[in-house]
Design a protein around this ligand. Structure first.
Ligand SMILES: [Zn+2]
Length: 461
């Protein structure tokens, strides 16, 4: 084992990273608030307020009376009593808490939750999911979790056991288009353009490396987006991925198009085939080899305790140059706890990289750095017994594994062969987006002309 160290990531982030951390956190909570506010808290509701006693579900009708009575005098037919209990998932709900609320025993809940592979879908509920229960003699007869018109999980009682089935319908996919100009906020403009907040967040995420959506957005900025719309039996039931998008920020236009490479990875690229977020170097130190991977349960080499290792260790001789993984701004340069000499660089609003155990630091706090620029050298300062770089990658304030996390999206540049394939596949999308844009423009012009011509078209006035 080459590398030995102690990490106190929590302290570093809390004490030395307040502003940017806060900004990122604000971003998340803003986004969440916006998302959550879409679903009013009161939605939840038991639509059938109480459990319906069974005798009311199937009332015994005195058939004899019906035959003698006149139609007018007949007792009104019993109100259609819905034997199902309908619940909507709200903040903080779990399958277990909802089923307990419905009066079910923990044993039953356990049986349902463990009724096979498909039942695992029940363990993560989303806000707004619909949970329908048919309860008989205090036990669930049937349970249906509806995530969307496309996806549901059905659980049926079979004697003393339950059987779960995950049902997924494939929708017809059409391409939707929306565009708008920002006057107050991106979310308001998105809503005006017909995008839900989730789609607006996706749009912002694509350009998160280039544009700081908290600080850089100005009135007059504009966007356009082409995305998948899901249809089922002719009815629009939801939306999927963004296929192509553009965003004009302070007069500069950024474009993105989605591409699934032949190895199956999907990422956003510029129309020229540049990876939008390739800006992060895969290895921020030359001639290094990985000596310890990202792990949430690693036995610490010095402390001999199980501790998360929220970074990647690159073993390299003392003095080896360490390079900034991407363009950004130094937000911390100094000594901190077990990290020893450490540099943190902020890239856009969402990303931060951290470089620990450095021998020498060659940048100052607040400095702008370019990708590949030397920021210091490999050392063993702090709690490390051998020279290595401890490298962390943070997304919105949380350490992620840069080698595995999809959100980091460090796609490799396209190879020559892949570029040809890229052009074929994306030219069609970009062309279609252009057409949709000009169709929308024509429609707007037509509308404006009709409005202007109206007085002339009606000579009587
Ligand atoms: Zn480490």
């Amino acid at each position: 084992m080459l590398e030995k160290e102690v990490h106190n990531a929590g302290n570093v982030w809390r004490h030395h990273f307040p502003r940017h951390h806060l900004v990122a956190a604000c971003g998340i909570s803003l986004a969440l608030t916006l998302l959550l506010s879409v679903l009013p808290d009161s939605v939840v509701a038991y639509r059938t307020p109480e459990l319906v006693p069974e005798e009311l579900i199937q009332p015994a009708l005195p058939a004899a009376i019906e035959t003698t009575a006149t139609p007018e005098a007949a007792p009104p037919p019993p109100a259609q009593l819905d034997p199902w209990l309908h619940l909507t998932v709200r903040k903080g709900d779990t399958l277990s808490s909802l089923l307990q609320k419905a009066g079910l025993s923990l044993d039953d809940i356990h049986l349902i939750a463990n009724s096979g592979q498909d039942a695992k879908q029940l363990t993560s509920l989303d806000l707004g999911d619909q949970l329908d229960l048919l309860i008989k003699d205090g036990k669930v007869e049937q349970l249906k979790l509806t995530r969307s018109k496309l996806e549901s999980v059905a659980v049926v009682r079979n004697g003393d056991a339950y059987q779960a089935e995950h049902l997924v319908r494939a929708p017809e996919i059409r391409h939707g288009y929306a565009s708008g100009v920002i006057d107050s906020s991106l979310f308001v403009a998105g809503q005006k353009a017909g995008l839900n907040d989730r789609m607006t967040l996706k749009l912002a995420d694509i350009f998160a490396y280039d544009i700081d959506f908290l600080l850089d957005i100005q009135p007059g900025d504009s966007f356009a987006v082409m995305y998948e719309e899901y249809y089922l039996d002719g009815e629009r039931v939801g939306e999927g991925n963004i296929l192509a998008a553009e965003f004009t920020n302070q007069g500069k236009t950024y474009r993105a198009v989605q591409y699934k490479s032949s190895d199956g990875t999907t990422a956003f690229y510029s129309p020229e085939g540049e990876v939008l977020r390739k800006q992060f170097l895969r290895t921020p130190v030359d001639f290094a080899k990985i000596t310890s991977y990202f792990s949430l349960s690693r036995k610490h080499p010095i402390l001999h305790k199980i501790r998360a290792h929220k970074g990647i260790d690159y073993g390299a001789p003392r003095g080896t140059p360490i390079r900034a993984a991407g363009d950004g701004k130094v937000v911390f340069a100094g000594i901190k706890n077990g990290y020893g000499n450490v540099v943190m660089i902020q890239h856009g609003a969402a990303y931060t990289t951290l470089y620990g155990h450095m021998d020498k630091i060659s940048v100052k706090n607040g400095a702008k750095v370019g990708q590949g620029q030397m920021i210091g050298t490999v050392g063993s300062t702090g709690l490390a017994t051998g020279p290595h770089l401890h490298y962390e990658f943070h997304v919105n304030g949380s350490a992620v594994n840069p080698l595995a996390n999809k959100n980091v999206a460090i796609a490799e540049p396209l190879s020559k062969a892949e570029k040809a394939r890229f052009s074929n596949s994306t030219n069609a999308l970009l062309g279609e987006m252009k057409q949709l844009a000009s169709a929308k423009q024509q429609k707007a012009q037509q509308l404006a002309m009709n409005t202007n011509e109206e007085p002339r078209a009606n000579p009587i006035q």
